[in-house]
Design a protein around this ligand. Sequence first.
Ligand SMILES: CCCCCCCC/C=C\C/C=C/C(=O)SCCNC(=O)CCNC(=O)[C@H](O)C(C)(C)COP(=O)(O)OP(=O)(O)OC[C@H]1O[C@@H](n2cnc3c(N)ncnc32)[C@H](O)[C@@H]1OP(=O)(O)O
Length: 301
Amino acid sequence: MATFIASGGRVWRKFVKTFPLGSNLSLKRSPTSALANGRLSSTSSENVLVSKDEKSGIATVRMNNPPVNSLNTALLLSLRSCFEELEKDKSCRALILTSNKPKVFCAGLDILELYQKSPDYVGQFWEKVQDMWLSLYGSRLVTMAAINGHSPAGGCLLSLACDYRIMAEGNFVIGLNETQLDLVAPFWLRQMMVDAIGYRQAEMALMVGALYPSNKALQLGLVDKLVPIEDVQTVAEEEVKNWLKIPDQARAITKMASRKPLLDELRKRKQEDIQTFRDETTRESVQLSIQQYLDKLKAKK
Ligand SMILES: CCCCCCCC/C=C\C/C=C/C(=O)SCCNC(=O)CCNC(=O)[C@H](O)C(C)(C)COP(=O)(O)OP(=O)(O)OC[C@H]1O[C@@H](n2cnc3c(N)ncnc32)[C@H](O)[C@@H]1OP(=O)(O)O
């Protein structure tokens, strides 16, 4: 269903579309955004909320998968559909990725999707991670991560796939802590880390599964800017507008020139990467580590 809503001088396109597994992509206004002046509508089952300002062509994509935006199958499918939808939309020029629930941007992969599942299940799950990443990392749009909270592991993956990262100041962490779960970050994720912070720092960070507080992440270059949490969205919009002063075509071609080798490498090695993931995550010792990690998370309370 697609309708157009004119409000406050801006035209808002609103549609609610059902994606596989019942997840929804809907265009709606964000309560805190300076771009937001459309009509608000919501249902509790929507795991991705999208608002787009037609005038500027800037879309804000809010992950909305309580309590911590863990990347389960449904959220991965919704994110991919959403990225692809915006990619096809010729009037869309930029995408801001953020969380609808401040304080947690994304808790990474849903660990329960990796626990006590069949090899086929985890293989299919991993392919959804790969496909979501391919659509975000390979996007022609300006992509901006508005990291308004914790961003471990898969949250860091999402952030690294964007062109620019703005993070909330304060007691929030970001990084690739996979080794702490006895998991090994795949080559394409490791490469993004190397590209962001350099070989030596990435090598150390990956080996020890480091999670950095936001000020250390800024110092390392893992994020590009720190702002108070309440300003993350506004600053992201301002930053996007600066990026949009550059002609789209030249910017997008330049981006593709630098990202194509890694995109192509994963496309070529997709099945091998899935096989490795299947074999590793279903290994008994890894399952035990995942179980212990889950227990640790629960015991936190
Ligand atoms: C040789 C090759 C091998 C290939 C293998 C490849 C492996 C894949 C490699 C890379 C990709 C990425 C991997 C991952 O993303 S793994 C997930 C890692 N994530 C984490 O370690 C984060 C864990 N969570 C937290 O640290 C915290 O929850 C927080 C800081 C994000 C938020 O803290 P807080 O607000 O205090 O919330 P709670 O901790 O209380 O959590 C609420 C609730 O949610 C549950 N939960 C949290 N995170 C996850 C998660 N990632 N998956 C599933 N469930 C999660 C938590 O247990 C609580 O549940 P409740 O007790 O039932 O309420």
